[in-house]
Write a protein that binds this ligand. Structure first.
Ligand code: AOF
Ligand code: ZN
Length: 392
C-alpha cells in the first residue's frame, strides 16, 4: 500500500472522527462514532451515531450512499458491532450492501463486541484494516472506554481559583472566574450526566447546579445533581431540594446512621430527592469508589465534580479522577485564611497527581484554563499538540 493511500485513509478517518463528535452529549452511555463511505476516492456517504437508541454511524453512512455503497470502503471510528442491541448488527448491514473494505480506528471495548465484529467481517471476505488514527479515536471515547471497562463514570474535577490559589472571591463579585469561563462550565454541564458537590458547598452557596448554557443546542442532556452528604443535612429550604421534582437530585449518605438522620432522609425523600446509602470512608466522608460504581450503574458515563475543597481532595487522594479543569483568574486573594482549591492531601503526598500531564492551556477572556489529564484512566497523558497551547 502506497504512502499516498495511507494518507488518504488517515484523512478519511479524521473526517469520521469529526462527524463522531456531533453525537457528544446525545449518545452516552454509547460511544461517539462516525463513519465515511468512499467509492474509490469519492465520498458517497457520511454518518454518525446521533442519539442514544438511534441508528449507528455505519447505518447512516450506508443509507446516504444508497446504491453507491457496493464495492466501497467504509471508514469507521469504532469496530462495527456484531450484536443485537437496540439496533441490528452493523456487520450484517455492511455485508448486505457488499462493502469491500472496512477501515477501523479502534476495537470496541464492549465485551459483547471486542474483536468479534472484525472477525465476522474478515471471515466473510471483507478486507479489514485496523488502527488508523487509533490514538485520536481512543482519546475521543475515553469516557465510554472507562465506563464500559470499569463500570464507573469518567470524572472531571473543576474549580476556579485566584492566581494565588484561593477559591474564595474577595472582589465585589461573588465570582472568581469571568462570565466567559462560567458560560463554558454551563456548556460542559449541558453534556455530562451528573454534576456533583459536597454538602458544605450546598450550605454555603445554595447552588442550583443546573446547566444553563448560552446556546439552547448546548443543552444536550439534563444532568442529575449529586450531593455527597453523609448525614442527610441537605436543607429542605435549599434551591436543590425545592426543585428536586423537576430536575433530579441525588444524595449519597453513609450507611447506618442515627434516628435523626433517618428522619431527615425521609423528609428529603418526600421532596423527591433520591437518597442512596454507601459505605463511609475510613478517613471520613464517603467511599467515593462505591459512589462512582452506583452512578455508573445508573448509566452515568460523565461526571463533573465542582467542589468544594474537601471533595476535590478526596478524589485526588483516592486517585479516582480522570481530568481536572482549572480556571485561573487574575485576582489576588492575599494573605488571609481563604481556602485553597484542594484540601486534605498530606504534605508531600501529591496523591493522584503523579503521572498527570497538562493536556491543554487556553485563554478564556481574562482567565486561563488549564486542563490536566490525571492518572485514573490508567493510560499515560497524551502528548500535547502545538495548537493546544495558546500563547498569552
Ligand atoms: C457501532 N456503531 O455507531 C455505535 C456502536 O444498544 P445499541 O444497539 O445502540 O448498541 C450499543 C453498543 O454498540 C455500544 O455499547 C457499543 O458497543 C456499540 N456502539 N457500534 O458499530 C456505532 N454507536
Ligand atoms: Zn453498530
Amino acid at each position: 500500500m502506497s504512502e499516498n493511500s495511507r494518507e488518504f485513509d488517515r484523512k478519511m478517518m479524521r473526517l469520521a472522527l469529526q462527524l463522531a463528535r456531533r453525537g457528544q452529549g446525545r449518545v452516552e452511555p454509547n460511544p461517539l462514532v462516525g463513519a465515511v463511505l468512499c467509492r474509490g476516492r469519492r465520498i458517497v456517504g457520511r454518518g454518525w451515531h446521533g442519539e442514544f437508541g438511534g441508528p449507528h454511524a455505519e447505518i447512516n453512512a450506508i443509507r446516504m450512499a444508497g446504491g453507491k455503497a457496493r464495492g466501497g470502503t467504509l471508514y469507521v471510528t469504532l469496530e462495527p458491532c456484531c450484536h443485537h442491541g437496540k439496533t441490528g448488527p452493523c456487520t450484517e448491514a455492511i455485508l448486505a450492501v457488499a462493502i469491500q473494505r472496512v477501515v477501523v480506528a479502534m476495537v470496541d471495548p464492549n465485551p459483547l463486541v471486542c474483536g468479534q465484529g472484525i472477525r465476522r467481517l474478515r471471515n466473510s471476505g471483507v478486507e479489514v484494516c485496523t488502527g488508523v488514527c487509533q490514538v485520536e479515536a481512543q482519546r475521543l471515547n475515553r469516557p465510554f472506554v472507562k465506563w464500559i471497562t470499569t463500570g464507573r463514570p469518567y470524572v472531571i474535577l473543576k474549580w476556579a481559583q485566584t492566581i494565588d490559589g484561593c477559591v474564595e472571591s474577595r472582589g465585589k463579585s461573588k465570582w472568581i472566574s469571568s462570565a466567559a469561563s462560567r458560560s463554558m462550565v454551563h456548556q460542559l454541564r449541558g453534556r455530562v450526566d451528573a454534576v456533583m458537590v459536597g454538602i458544605g458547598t450546598v450550605r454555603q452557596d445554595d447552588p442550583r447546579l443546573t446547566a444553563r448554557p448560552k446556546k439552547a443546542m448546548d443543552l444536550r442532556r439534563i444532568p442529575r445533581r449529586v450531593i455527597l452528604d453523609s448525614y442527610c443535612r441537605l436543607p429542605l429550604t435549599s434551591r436543590l431540594a425545592r426543585s428536586a421534582r423537576s430536575i433530579p437530585v441525588c444524595v449519597f449518605h453513609r450507611r447506618g446512621f442515627g434516628r435523626a438522620a433517618v428522619l431527615r432522609r425521609k423528609r428529603l425523600e418526600s421532596y423527591g430527592v433520591q437518597c442512596l446509602a454507601v459505605a463511609p470512608a475510613s478517613e471520613g466522608g464517603l467511599n467515593i469508589r462505591e459512589v462512582l460504581q452506583r452512578l455508573g450503574g445508573m448509566g452515568c458515563t460523565n461526571l463533573l465534580v465542582e467542589g468544594g475543597p474537601k471533595v476535590l481532595g478526596a478524589f485526588f487522594q483516592a486517585r479516582l479522577a480522570d481530568e481536572a479543569w482549572v480556571f485561573i483568574a487574575p485576582q489576588l486573594h492575599g494573605e488571609t485564611r481563604g481556602r485553597r482549591a484542594v484540601e486534605g492531601i498530606a504534605p508531600g503526598a501529591g496523591a493522584g497527581i503523579r503521572g498527570a500531564g497538562i493536556e491543554q492551556v487556553r485563554r478564556i477572556a481574562e482567565d486561563i484554563l488549564v486542563r490536566l489529564r490525571l492518572a485514573a484512566g490508567g493510560a499515560r497523558p497524551m502528548d500535547l499538540k502545538g495548537n493546544d497551547i495558546i500563547d498569552i
